[in-house]
Write a protein that binds this ligand. Structure first.
Ligand code: KG4
Ligand code: ZN
Length: 342
């Protein structure tokens, strides 16, 4: 089955063609990073206008590089939310229009669930064993799910305030490193001394599977402000990045440890979302899970960690497999607020 995926929830206009949920035939992303770098974050109105300009060229490019005609597409999967409503409307309008004209099913996909399915890309369906503990971390969200089967996600922990990706972005801003912060902070951290300062590892009460990163963010701000601007040289910035990253990694390792104590039948642990690109986080979890003999997976390619449409197509495929009759009725509902809810 060929699924065309469309993603416009935030600042990436993306389209992809995926075969049977795993085989990526094309994956096109038009990033707006340069536009939003000027404002240090995403301005929704600006993002929506950029999606309007990019949507058709990106769709054409995804079909062309997959060497597939639109008539050969079996279903269209599109991000319905969560995300910026004005941005989501561009993708959902494109999807519904194509679906109506071509008489194809359109599958509205939850963006967070799609990040989870990014781990299926470039793998085989029988590479997976349930239950899977899913740690999904982006700029906008930060959750742990217990996935018992396709489409069966039990939320077991989430952030009470900021997502880890947002903390990376804010720390980068405090240190004048630009946007998006994650890749820059982790690059700087490579040159830093993670032992130079003390920062808290916020674990909340005993046994809690939730997260809180606002205290760590404030602690970084206090640390930065405690040093005179003239002394905040490159080594200082690198050291702050390294200490901050160490705290984030320690938090995730402890939360996964707690999850495995609670759910002792877990067969695999998956890391996914934008922050799963972080090498230290991968290494910290890999090291811990290897000792426990638990299979650990993260996206096969860095481009599957951050927002893309291949993961939307994969998620749509597995949803369609489960309930093939369900998705025809969604063809006419663009503009219905229920369509855009998370
Ligand atoms: O999943 P994503 O593309 O968008 C959201 O749904 O939020 O994630 C973007 C987030 C940003 O906060 C970015 O700073 C973070 O992922 N990120 C990273 C790295 N690469 C991207 N954080 C830490 N280390 C990285 N290497
Ligand atoms: Zn995302």
């Amino acid at each position: 089955m060929l699924v065309l995926g469309i993603e416009t929830s935030c600042d990436e206009t993306a389209a992809a063609v995926v075969k049977d949920g795993c085989e990526v035939l094309s994956n096109v992303v038009a990033s707006q990073i340069d536009i939003h770098a000027e404002t240090g974050g995403v301005v929704p109105e600006v993002a929506a206008r950029a999606h309007v300009l990019e949507m058709v060229p990106v769709l054409k490019s995804a079909l062309e590089s997959a060497k597939v005609e639109i008539e050969e597409i079996d279903a269209i999967a599109v991000t319905k939310g969560p995300g910026l409503v004005s941005s989501l409307l561009v993708g959902t309008t494109a999807a519904s229009t194509l679906a109506l004209v071509g008489d194809k099913p359109v599958i509205p996909v939850n963006h967070i669930h799609s990040h989870i399915m990014a781990n299926w890309l470039d793998r085989e369906k029988n590479d997976f064993q349930f239950p899977i503990l899913i740690v999904t971390v982006s700029g906008g969200h930060n959750e742990i799910f217990l996935m018992k089967d396709y489409g069966d996600f039990e939320l077991v922990g989430e952030t009470l305030d900021d997502a880890a990706g947002e903390a990376f972005d804010k720390v980068a801003r405090m240190l004048g490193l630009g946007y998006p912060g994650g890749p820059i902070v982790s690059k700087m951290a490579e040159k830093g001394d993670p032992e130079r300062f003390e920062l808290p590892v916020v674990l909340l009460e005993k046994g809690s599977l939730d997260f809180s990163f606002s205290g760590l963010k404030t602690a970084v701000l206090n640390l930065v402000m405690s040093v005179d601007e003239s002394e905040r040289d490159e080594q200082f910035v690198a050291d702050v990045c390294a200490v901050f990253q160490k705290s984030v990694v320690a938090t995730f390792v402890e939360k996964v440890k707690r999850c495995l104590e609670k759910f002792d039948d877990v067969k695999e642990v998956h890391l996914t979302g934008g922050v799963s690109a972080n090498q230290q986080l991968r290494a910290g979890l890999a090291d811990f899970l290897e000792k426990r003999g638990i299979d650990f997976k993260f996206p096969k390619q860095i481009k599957y960690c951050t927002d893309n449409a291949a993961m939307i197509a994969a998620c749509g495929y597995f949803m369609h497999c489960k309930e093939p009759e369900k998705y025809r009725e969604w063809q006419n509902v663009v503009g219905d607020p229920r369509f855009l809810s998370g």
